[in-house]
Design a protein around this ligand. Sequence first.
Ligand code: MN
Length: 250
Amino acid sequence: MTTPVILVSAGRQNNYTPRREVQTITAGCDIDYLAAVQRSGSVPLMLPFLASSEGIAAALSVADGLLLSGGGDILSLTYGEEPHVTSKLQDPTRDAMELEATRLALEMGMPVLGICRGLQLLNVACKGTLIQDIPTQVPGAVKHYADGLDVVLLHTMDIESDSLLAKVMETTTMAVNSWHHQAVKAVGNGLRISARARDGVVEAIEAADGRPLLAVQCHPEECAATYPQFQRVFDWLATEARSYQSRKRR
Ligand code: MN
């Protein structure tokens, strides 16, 4: 058995010098995603937003799992809604790349882990829709956008006891970090809700039929080094990637 290869979707970032005089644009993702995948015994490969359809298929053919990473808001027209005034950091090229990669991964039966924007992406890829701005659209919402320093476990997440997430986390209640202003509205086809915050906001989704799909709205990659329980979602992906690898070989 060889080391599982996990494709990690990457976005882009504008960079300025300390004097803000020269701008460069880099492709990438937060290094914590790569560290968490590495800790799970897999090897992370970044899939940049520039990939063509053929390129995406070629990359998936050498991979054993797909990790949809965090980032800006998905273009709302993708799921048939006009944009809310607070929508930000749209990147239609990244949207298209990740939607195509997710569609293909689902078709191939490849395990998928979605994190934050990645959860929203998985939902939209399955024809679901999104709440575009929790503070103005969810009455009585708790705080979902941390502005504290360091890792902050901000709010409670209640997990459905019969869910895959409960099995992975070995609990039905835990505190999570939170850094999002959007969330699942209508759940996509073939998906189910597996956790909510106390205000009802969806915090996790997974496959309704046992396929290896798991997505969380919190940022386990950020917590995993400090709170080892969060590493479990990456270990789950590694285990599923190994079993996908042996299915592929047969
Ligand atoms: Mn939250």
